[in-house]
Design a protein around this ligand. Structure first.
Ligand code: SF4
Length: 83
């Protein structure tokens, strides 16, 4: 499988790493409306079941996998760190 490199500057995310790297094994990006309505456990693992969430600009998209460092919800989504 092709190795992806996800760069991210949201450094208070549990999956953020030095050099602005995302070290989540997988992420999902959705539109803001969907992201704000869904609980934390709806995440990359459900990607195939999530219907399209179109956006007009980049400002209407969000990383649904984001979870704050030291949050109690870190394990809610079955996403894990790769390093
Ligand atoms: S999970 Fe999303 S917000 Fe968190 S580091 Fe990765 S890309 Fe950034």
């Amino acid at each position: 499988m092709q190795q992806q490199h996800i760069h991210c500057s949201v450094n208070n995310c549990h999956y953020w790493s030095t050099g602005n790297k995302c070290v989540a094994n997988e992420i999902i990006v959705v539109n803001d409306a969907f992201g704000s309505q869904q609980p934390d456990h709806i995440d990359a693992g459900e990607a195939k079941q999530i219907e399209a969430t179109p956006a007009g600009t980049c400002m209407e998209t969000c990383c649904k996998t984001f979870v704050q460092k030291n949050s109690a919800d870190i394990n809610a989504d079955n996403v894990y760190k790769t390093q």
